[in-house]
Ligand binder design. Structure first.
Ligand SMILES: C[S@@+](CC[C@H](N)C(=O)[O-])C[C@H]1O[C@@H](n2cnc3c(N)ncnc32)[C@H](O)[C@@H]1O
Length: 252
């Protein structure tokens, strides 16, 4: 029976790999490695690097997979993403059918944790449900950018007895949710924090866990411009950026 392991590799630092993830790496015959955009080389190096470092005796191979681009002009965001995922699904299904032997194990190395803002689980679940060919699959959790952010700033995500909302820059740009306590923001290409009105504390981090890691924290009104400038500079220098932040109202 074909087997698929969806392995969370942590968000940037190879030391974030869990022992369960390392055991899983050592079972994989073929790793499907995404080939995508400007961040391609750095992220691919991290993926191939963890294999070189943690796989001891197993013989394995890499197969590059083209990642279709999401259409840029759309009116319905969810429909746009669904269409994009359908394209990726076709690719994944073909790879599993054509590149994976009947008794082999495939590995998808998912950045951070596979359950957080990542489509791999949904796509593999869809392929599995269509049952065009048989395979079983498992998920190995990883250290997400959220945990890395909190650890590097040495802060708890929640205040006592309060909740944590995990959301995107796109949602935050629609307005800070009045009854939200602590908010973790990911996928914020627009820097939605710049438009927030009110007194907030922000903990921002980019390239967490990597040699390029940058951290800034402070009162939003005092550090927002600094974050925007650092972000622009690093994005320009590296050609890509991944940043996240925790934000909450300052208690009176
Ligand atoms: C597609 S989501 C993937 C999240 C991932 N599954 C996780 O658990 O961290 C990509 C977003 O995660 C955040 N992110 C991932 N890695 C990061 C890192 N090393 N430093 C800062 N943010 C990161 C950024 O907000 C980025 O836009």
């Amino acid at each position: 029976m074909r087997r698929v392991l969806i392995i969370g590799i942590g968000a940037g630092n190879p030391d974030y790999l869990t022992i369960q993830a390392i055991d899983a790496l050592n079972k994989v015959d073929v790793f499907f490695i995404p080939d995508k955009g400007a961040e391609k080389a750095a992220l691919r190096d991290l993926r191939t690097g963890v294999c070189a470092r943690f796989i001891k005796e197993k013989v394995y191979r890499f197969v590059e997979m083209a990642v279709p681009q999401r259409a840029e002009n759309f009116s319905d965001y969810k429909a746009n993403v669904a269409e994009w995922h359908a394209d990726i699904e076709v690719n994944y299904a073909r790879l599993l059918r054509e590149e994976l032997g009947e008794d082999e194990c495939a590995g998808f190395l998912v950045w951070g944790d596979p359950s957080i803002y990542d489509s791999t689980l949904r796509i593999i679940e869809n392929i599995h449900a269509k049952a065009e060919f048989a395979f079983e699959y498992d998920v190995i959790p990883g250290i997400s950018a959220i945990q890395a952010l909190a650890a590097r700033h040495r802060v708890p995500l929640n205040r006592i007895g309060e909740s944590i909302l995990i959301t995107t820059g796109r949602k935050l740009a629609g307005g800070y949710l009045e009854d939200a306590d602590s908010v973790v923001v990911m996928l914020d290409g627009e820097q939605a924090f710049k438009k927030l009105a009110g007194d907030f504390q922000i903990y921002w981090g980019a390239y967490l866990g990597t040699d390029s890691e940058v951290l800034v924290s402070g009162r939003l009104s005092e550090v927002a411009d600094e974050i925007a400038a650092i972000r622009a500079e690093h994005r320009q220098r590296n050609g890509w950026i991944m940043d996240s932040y925790l934000i909450r109202k300052i208690e009176k």
